[in-house]
Design a protein around this ligand. Structure first.
Ligand code: PXP
Length: 246
């Protein structure tokens, strides 16, 4: 099995900083620490309302990182311009609604096929690896393939919610759907990633899918860093991921 990459999402370091204004804690410092702790990449979501990561953070990450930046963004002209200016290693297109607390569902690709195909073409031409954040839904995955995305990131949120709420049957159904869709996407030639809401309890069943090449994890790791430090929090996640891959 291929090495399973861990992308550490540092958005919520910026959330804590912004709760007070000012410069602390610094998400760039967190990203560098995550890099030293074994993160294979750093993920940051520049939201339209700039509620956590700022434009200056993206400048800083691009300048400071030795590992790839995965730039999460909505499919808007503004974000496309920013991505084309920076040309990060990867862009992940996510749905975004102002009123949501976090990214609540996968992107609607099937109904927006033409628009999204035009949207991602210049990003691909600029050399960015284009990923689509998507539900475990055959229609959406086939559409992501048709528009020319190289990667899909499966939305693990429904699986994680079902687990934390003790809805075991729902959890297992979600997991099964992701297992089937990871295989389908891989057969289509797409690279498969997964993320959202993963923690130490939920990571291993997803990490066990042989087609999954990368997990993107943020909120839990930044929270856990309060108790065991960012390096320790990442090291334990890495250990759990490696345990199921070997
Ligand atoms: N992947 C994508 C596409 C996301 O939008 C997010 C949340 O920003 C994550 C992964 C990480 O989710 P979490 O912070 O819940 O671990």
């Amino acid at each position: 099995m291929t090495h399973l990459r861990l992308g550490v999402n540092i958005d919520h370091v910026a959330t804590v900083r912004n709760a007070r204004g000012g410069a602390f804690p610094d998400p760039i410092r967190a990203a560098k620490l995550a890099e030293e702790a074994g993160a294979d990449g750093i993920t940051a979501h520049l939201r339209e309302d700039r509620r956590h990561i700022s434009d200056a953070d993206i400048d800083g990450l691009m300048a400071a990182l030795n590992v790839p930046l995965n730039f999460e963004m909505a499919a808007t002209d503004e974000m496309q311009k920013i991505a084309l200016r920076h040309k990060p290693h990867a862009v992940c297109i996510v749905p975004e609604k102002r009123e949501e607390r976090t990214t609540e569902g996968g992107l609607e690709v099937a109904r927006e096929e033409n628009k999204l195909a035009h949207f991602i073409a210049p990003l691909r031409e600029a050399g960015c690896r284009v990923s689509i954040f998507i539900a475990a839904d055959k229609r959406q995955i086939e559409a992501a393939h048709r528009i020319g995305a190289q990667v899909i990131e499966l939305h693990t949120g429904a699986y994680c919610d079902a687990h934390s709420e003790g809805r075991i049957q729902d959890r297992d159904r979600e997991l099964e759907a992701m297992r089937e869709m990871a295989a389908l996407a891989h057969d289509l030639g797409l690279e498969v990633h997964a993320g959202h809401g993963l923690n130490y309890e939920t990571v291993q069943p997803v990490a066990a899918f042989p087609q999954v090449a990368e997990l993107n994890i943020g909120h839990f790791l930044i929270g856990e860093a309060i108790f065991r430090g960012l390096e320790g929090a990442i090291a334990e996640m890495r250990r759990l991921m490696d345990e199921v891959r070997t």
